[in-house]
Ligand binder design. Structure first.
Ligand code: HEM
Length: 461
């Protein structure tokens, strides 16, 4: 089974052309050789970038010596107005301290506690859909934001505050140029990149709204009347080494990244997963069968029985990794694959290329959820699959996002049948996450009386 055929990939491109192609259509525009190369060098007059596809090198950078390869400051700059000093951007001791406070909120036990809120959001999403042509990316954004609001601050997206934050984030995302491109742009560090006044404005607005929510929560915590959700957990957890908690400003930074990392990424993955199901009706029917059984009595413990649904979501994260590239920086000189790498070089780790690497994966561009039961699939899952990154800086929300994605596919597919819309083939492009240029249009029909759960839509609380 193969998703829409990528256009023929160019073989060689100049740096400028590469930058342009990357922005326009990251699926078909990447030079073919990058899907076979173990490493590629991009030279600019001021610094070097290395795209690293060799699983051994990926492991070295992310898992074996993460402290020698901190996050690239070229990339962080673009997010600073919104994210301040959040865990996503910090390095070294600051980052370690923040993770010590945040990580306990996302442990397995907590995940079980957030499940009812996720389920409410999933049911509400299934109830919101209507038959006919639908732009599913917008729906996916809506539900992913709903999940974050409900699990973090115990408020549904329908509330005024949530609506205001959601709208402000959407404006910010639209204005953002592709971020990771900074790793390739041949500009010296001292050239001001500058943010547009509008970007700064939306960032200020979002942070203002989040600060109000955080302060209100602090008052509730002090009064002993705070709901037991992720925000309360993070705000009341003390660093086991120093006993310190997050102050308001720092908490605003962390909440901003949870909203951004938590809803943009999941929305992207859910949108592409539904598109893949729409274009592969047999797989969709298999998901629906699992899903209808699950939705008849949904429980956290039942998620592990949604095996095929999980493998579909895995395939979506492989073919359309929401974070297509990550950039690190060398702190000293290195030798990679017999090549000398200078200090301050940009090391680009690319789920986009690694996940479709022709020398690693069988049928790399094909949609095949059953691959994870094969030797090649299992092997690649261990060494060539990094949608959530890997090692010490692995995504904090990986377990959360897997539970959310699988639940969402189950809740939606149990009640709805998705089909592609003729003439509307989505073209992936890279913003903050991989999104479709003109949205993802699908045709929706109810799965009435299809199975035991029938139309589970009406059971939203
Ligand atoms: C399908 C959904 C998701 C995907 C594909 C994803 C992917 C990633 C990736 C690739 C990174 C590493 C980025 C880098 O190193 O440059 C990351 C970091 C992070 N993610 Fe996620 N993420 C998802 C959902 C979430 C959710 C739901 C949350 C929280 C509610 C979250 C919170 C974070 C945070 C806080 C970091 C920074 C970790 C650190 O640097 O120590 N993510 N994510």
């Amino acid at each position: 089974m193969t998703p829409p055929k990528p256009a023929p990939r160019p073989d060689k491109v100049s740096l400028w052309r590469y930058v342009k192609l990357f922005r326009d259509d990251i699926l078909s525009a990447q030079p073919a050789r990058l899907y076979r190369a173990w490493m590629a060098e991009f030279r600019t007059p001021f610094f070097r970038s290395y795209l690293v596809n060799d699983p051994k090198l990926v492991r070295e950078v992310l898992k074996a010596r993460p402290l020698d390869f901190p996050k690239s400051s070229r990339i962080s700059e673009g997010l600073r107005p919104l994210l301040g000093n959040s865990v996503f951007l910090t390095n070294g001791a600051d980052w370690q301290r923040q993770r010590r406070i945040i990580d306990p909120a996302f442990e397995g036990g907590r995940l079980r506690e957030t499940f009812p809120a996720m389920l409410d959001a999933a049911r509400a999403a299934a109830a919101r859909l209507t038959p006919g042509e639908t732009e599913i990316e917008a729906e996916a954004s809506h539900v992913a934001a709903d999940v974050i609001f409900r699990t973090l601050f115990s408020i549904p997206i329908g509330s005024d505050t949530a609506q205001a934050v959601f709208r402000a984030f959407r404006a910010y995302q639209r204005e953002q140029p592709i971020l990771n491109i900074a790793a390739f742009l041949p500009l010296p560090r001292w050239v001001p990149r500058g943010f547009s006044a509008r970007t700064r404005d939306s960032a200020r607005k979002i942070r203002g709204l989040i600060e109000d929510m955080t302060r209100a929560r602090q008052t509730q915590i002090a009064a002993g009347a705070a709901p037991d959700d992720l925000a309360t957990k993070i705000m009341t957890t003390a660093d086991p080494m120093t006993g310190q908690r997050f102050e308001t400003g720092e908490m605003v930074d962390q909440v901003a990244i949870f909203f951004l990392a938590g809803h943009e990424t999941s929305a992207s993955a859910i949108g592409w997963a539904l598109y893949l199901l729409a274009t592969h009706p047999q797989a969709q029917d298999r998901v629906a069968t699992e899903a209808q059984e699950f939705m008849a009595a949904p429980a956290f413990s039942g998620l592990s029985r949604l095996r095929f649904t999980r493998d579909v979501f895995r395939e979506a994260l492989r073919l359309y990794p929401p974070v297509p590239m990550m950039v690190r920086q060398t702190t000293g000189s290195e030798r990679f694959r017999d090549r000398d790498i200078p200090r301050a070089a940009q090391i680009v780790l690319s789920p986009w290329h690694l996940h479709r690497h022709a020398r690693l994966w069988d049928n790399p561009d094909g949609f095949d959820p059953d691959r994870y039961a094969t030797d090649n699939g299992r092997e690649c899952l261990r060494h060539a699959y990094i949608p959530f990154s890997a090692g010490a800086r692995v995504c904090t929300g990986a377990g959360f996002a897997m539970a959310e994605g699988v639940l969402m596919l189950a809740a939606l597919t149990a009640s709805w049948r998705f089909a592609p819309v003729a003439g509307k083939v989505p073209v992936p492009e890279a913003h903050l996450t991989v999104r479709s240029k003109n949205g993802i249009w699908l045709s929706l029909a109810r799965r009435e009386g299809d199975g035991p759960a029938g139309d589970g839509v009406a059971r939203s609380p």
